[in-house]
Ligand binder design. Structure first.
Ligand code: C2O
Ligand code: CU
Length: 510
């Protein structure tokens, strides 16, 4: 009798707990189909309220409502550069001969390096050959019109297997960029659906190449100026760090005295260090944005966060020079030289004070809106899964802020991180200028990024002009993290999206 009583007590005690868990789990499910602009809650950043909305969400209203699908490059302008890129999932051989199963673009991973000159209209015909989940191309760091941004469920539907989608955009400032799928990106980027884009200042500049790719084994050397251009796209395939799809040291034969621009592209999920053994270097550009007055340095490492790029300039000395990353290096010099590797320097090149100041082109003191993007972590239930999840301003996905701006606004955003891990924060469609780090003001070159390394405990104030209308992702580029809820959007007043994401739509951008 007492035993039965105790059993009933136990049952009655468990029922509310089960009920509570069920309620949390069901209540946490992101909708199976939602527009980005319906999710979370509007955050006006202390600025003026929006013309086109009542709730603060982007409203489809009469007068002035624009669909992201209408925000395209000039459709009447003929293309200057036309490229066809075909993505496939397949078993293949890497450029260095090792077997690989994953995604390719035109048969290789990384895919071909695209080149164009600033101001040219680039047209990319994208074919998804056989990727059953669908795929897209996103132009990382290129501030394309929103409708060309390639985010499944936000700016387009994922391109189904057997289908084609055409992207058109004007090539931006000369610099180093990359492309990758933005459908199931935590899986498709990791497994190779990516490639480099180099924008040159002049048309017909010597084409850049991925060193080691089968077509060309050496970089173009311009003997009239003694300069060379090398793309070093870093990606970890099945746990192996490779540059341009090749394992180990990548030799690039160059005459002594050649001035080489080495374009490091970090397509991995975590930050990498880059340093130079055997010669001093200058850091010419970050994320496709030239630095002003970049001086020669040595004995320091450059942190290149996930998604970011760094263009290093070295002059090839007699004994050659190594541009090093942990587990991978580009070796530049005459044939058969073997410059010695050095360990990663403890000192870091601090971009807060590197180079010389120059005007920003806008006044952050006159900000129209100020946003907080505060990253934390706590227990909760995300899409039915209990666990330790990322938070933004103390909330869990999808209950996150929608940062609302009007075209022309000067925007200041404080990105802070108390989550225990580093986050490479990437805003689509804009470059942000770093104002301060941990309250210390930038005193060097204007430091403009599309991907910012925010370490645990750090806080950055960044600013930008809202000059590219649309609905833009603003997420962590450790692509596992957006899949764990670290994903918000920046939305312009009066812009709406007809596309939907979620498990019922086939669009899974993260
Ligand atoms: Cu490199 Cu949202 O992407
Ligand atoms: Cu992250």
């Amino acid at each position: 009798m007492a035993g039965r009583f105790r059993l009933w007590c136990a049952v009655l005690a468990v029922v509310p707990v089960v009920g509570l868990v069920a309620w949390l789990v069901l209540g946490s499910r992101a909708p199976g189909s939602a527009a980005a602009t319906e999710m979370g809650y509007p955050d006006l950043g202390g600025g003026a309220s929006m013309r086109h909305s009542h709730t603060g969400h982007v409203a489809a209203g009469p007068g002035g409502n624009v669909s992201v699908a209408a925000l395209l490059a000039d459709r009447t302008r003929p293309a200057d550069v036309v490229v066809t890129l075909t993505a496939r999932v397949e078993a293949t051989t890497m450029p260095d001969g090792t077997a690989f199963e994953g995604y390719t673009v035109n048969g290789t991973t990384p895919g071909p390096t695209l080149t164009a000159a600033t101001g040219q209209l680039v047209e990319v015909r994208f074919n998804n050959d056989n990727i059953a989940d669908g795929a897209t191309l996103h132009w990382h760091g290129i501030n394309v019109p929103n409708g060309e941004d390639g985010v499944a469920g936000v700016t387009q539907d994922a391109v189904a297997a057997g289908q084609t989608h055409t992207y058109r955009f004007v090539a931006p400032a000369a610099g180093t960029y990359w492309y990758h799928s933005h459908q199931l990106s935590h899986e498709q980027v990791l497994r190779g659906l990516l490639g480099a884009i180099v924008i040159t200042a002049e048309p017909n500049a010597p084409a850049s190449i991925v060193p080691g790719s089968d077509s060309v084994d050496q970089p173009p050397v311009d003997f009239s100026t003694g300069s060379a251009d090398v793309v070093a796209l870093l990606h970890t395939y099945d746990g192996r760090r490779m540059i341009g799809g090749r394992l180990g040291d990548l030799p690039v034969e160059l005459p002594v005295g050649t001035v080489a621009r080495v374009r490091v592209i970090n397509t991995d999920n975590g930050p990498t260090q880059v340093w130079v053994s055997g010669a001093p270097f200058r850091l010419l550009a970050v994320d496709g944005q030239d630095l002003t007055g970049p001086g020669e340095v040595s004995g320091v490492a450059v942190t290149v966060t996930a998604g970011a790029r760094a263009d290093l300039e070295v002059r090839v000395p007699e004994d050659g020079v190594r541009v090093e990353m942990p587990g991978a290096a580009v070796v530049l010099g005459p044939a058969r030289v073997t410059p010695s590797p050095t360990p990663v320097p403890a000192a870091e090149l601090d971009l807060l004070s590197y180079g010389t100041p120059a005007p920003f082109g806008f006044d952050p003191a006159q900000a129209d809106r100020r946003f907080d993007y505060r990253i934390g972590r706590r227990f909760g239930v995300l899409e039915g899964r209990p666990g330790l999840w990322w938070t933004v301003n103390d909330r869990l996905y999808p209950d996150l802020p929608m940062f609302m701006v009007a075209e022309g606004d000067v925007v200041v955003m404080r990105i802070s991180n108390e989550s225990g891990e580093v986050h490479p924060m990437h805003l689509h469609g804009h470059h942000v200028t770093v104002l301060t780090r941990n309250g210390v003001a930038s005193t060097g070159s204007p430091w403009r990024v599309d991907s910012l390394n925010v370490r645990d405990g750090e806080s950055y104030d960044v600013a930008f002009v809202a000059d590219n209308p649309g609905v833009w992702m603003d997420h962590c580029h450790n692509l596992k993290h957006p899949a764990e809820g670290l994903i918000v959007h920046l939305a312009y007043d009066g812009v709406s999206t007809p596309f939907r994401m979620g498990r019922d739509t086939g669009n899974v951008p993260e």
